[in-house]
Design a protein around this ligand. Structure first.
Ligand SMILES: Nc1nc2c(c(=O)[nH]1)N[C@H]1C(S)=C(S)[C@@H](COP(=O)(O)O)O[C@H]1N2
Ligand SMILES: [Mo]
Length: 213
């Protein structure tokens, strides 16, 4: 795991915080819409037919696997971690995209720093309280816009959209972001998630149209 990359990501965060507040971009849609996607103004809900109810007193986030310091964070412990905000676009593999999603919560790099993954860790396996799972190369999780989000547009993330906390990885298709997140496990070898065992791509870059493997 490259320390430089991680430090660079943290620096970018600092710069963004300095910039204070985000303005919607005025870039032409053609520059922002990945191939094969259509812009939506609503916010469709995609789940497995289950929207688990997780009382905050029972909520726990496990961060484990190939790490020096595994963590089992309570809701309060999680929310005591440094908070960040990021404006990003959302691309679902079923071809809808949503612009300017304002997410806030804890940066993935903050959790990375907390648990200290071992050098062998190359993949991340996310699980949700609804039984969902998804796998992502570690390198894709270390961008400064990868969050474990507790807020959307300044309000707590609703249950249908994955509250209390959901993962957001803007540069990948949205199925890579586990709603109702429960566990984050660092692995040396890739382990396929719910959609990945059903033929979805291991990385899922919308700009390369990595929809199916
Ligand atoms: N736990 C969980 N996370 C999930 C899913 C799910 O079914 N369960 N669906 C994924 C898919 S396919 C997409 S497009 C987004 C949808 O997020 P939304 O319902 O907030 O639009 O969540 C992703 N994360
Ligand atoms: Mo999706």
């Amino acid at each position: 795991m490259s320390k430089e990359r991680y430090i660079e990501a943290k620096q970018k965060w600092a710069e963004k915080q300095l910039a204070k507040g985000f303005k919607p971009r005025d870039t032409a849609a053609t520059d922002r819409l990945p191939p094969g996607q259509k812009l939506t103004t609503g916010f469709p809900v995609l789940d497995l037919g289950v929207q688990p109810e997780i009382p905050l007193a029972e909520w726990k986030l496990s961060v484990d696997g190939l790490v020096e310091k595994p963590a089992g964070l309570s809701w309060d412990q999680f929310n005591d971690l440094p908070q960040v905000s990021d404006l990003s676009d959302f691309h679902c593999v079923t071809t809808w995209s949503k612009y300017d999603c304002q997410w806030s919560g804890v940066a993935f790099t903050t959790l990375f720093e907390l648990v200290q993954p071992k050098p062998e860790a190359k993949f991340v396996y996310f699980t949700g309280y609804d039984g969902y799972s998804t796998n992502v190369p570690l390198a894709n999780c270390l961008d400064d816009d990868v969050l474990i989000a507790t807020h959307f547009g300044g309000e707590p993330v609703s249950r249908e959209h994955g509250g209390p906390a959901r993962v957001i990885i803007p540069k990948l298709y949205a199925w890579k972001g586990a709603k109702f997140v429960k566990g984050i496990t660092f692995l040396a070898e890739d382990r396929l998630g719910f959609w990945e065992v059903r033929g979805y791509h291991n990385v899922g870059d919308p700009w390369k149209e990595e929809r199916y493997a």
